[in-house]
Design a protein around this ligand. Sequence first.
Ligand code: PLP
Length: 385
Amino acid sequence: MSGFPIDKFNNLQTPFYYYDVDLLRATLRTVKECADAYDLHIHYAVKANANPRILAIVKEYGLGVDCVSGGEIKAAADVGFAGSDIMFAGVGKTDDEIRLALETGIRCFNVESLPELLNINEIAAQTNNMTHIAVRINPNIDAHTHQYITTGLNENKFGINLENLGEFVSTALSLPNIDLCGLHYHIGSQIRDLEPFEQLCDKVNDTLAYIESLGAQITIIDVGGGLGINYDDPDSEPIVDFKKYFEIFARNIKRRPDQQLHFEPGRSIVAQSGSLITRVLYVKEGTAKKFVIVDAGMTDLIRPALYQAHHKIENISSHSSVDDKYDVVGPICESSDCFGTDERLPLTGRGDFIALRSAGAYGEVMASQYNCRRLPGSILSTELL
Ligand SMILES: *Cc1c(COP(=O)(O)O)cnc(C)c1O
């Protein structure tokens, strides 16, 4: 059983997200130290968790942010990130979002198509802005992850394919309000086997040489995020091996001293520090199964329903030494509203606290109000002392 302050949970309305601030800080310290050792620049991917209290902690460690919407740019600016610390990616930036980014003075747009490039140039011209852009490249690499979170294959909607890169670059170089200064990649998420990242390094080197041969001068090489975490056994690996991950790129990417190497980790920074805490409403004995019905559902944590993901399920209040097998399900009127089947748990009863572990990334931020439910609350460990 993990160190949850259960006695403090009794007064809180479930379900809620609980964030272990000590672990979050230890993770950020590790990231920062490893990055500094190799002279790397880290931009936290806000979409993993945009809770303002989490963002404020991330900021303390001197990281920048990677945003994928105007709302995220605002959320980052609200907690004090400077424009120069913000990168802006996404396949469908609206005119309003582009204007907001220009007003905020962001560091760089990651551009994903030719029409988007022309539009950014036009909007920048209206305000006489010179705009730094990085071209997002689709390197056609299979990240061996779930099909909904693989992004670097030719069939995905993201980035510019290599066949179209020459035209993109010559257009960018001809536009008066565009400074093409970066190469950007993001091949997918929850990548546990690091081999695709080695492939990515080779592609980066080739493309860098090609694009500079066309006359561009590249000072930002941004390799995105995607590093996966251990969902099966979070306590054995509370902080992933950032050193090994960064080393692959630091060793393999050929860069000059004037070229910065950027990363955009999201999940690997915040996932393990968060848990969704829920209470058991009923234990229902079916004919073939026993169901633990909890008060959290797919509206609070959608990853199991959306990506067939599994979060480790722990009964953190049962003291029983006997266990049993349960399906753990939520109250939403959808059969996909299921957190686990045939889960071994200590004897479980109404009122018990259940923790769904490793839920700090793509958890709270994806919550919805389907079924007219209230959004889950959130609490930091430091607020319970
Ligand atoms: C989602 C995303 C990230 C973060 O991915 P993680 O798997 O959470 O590390 C980084 N960059 C871009 C462009 C993204 O879309």
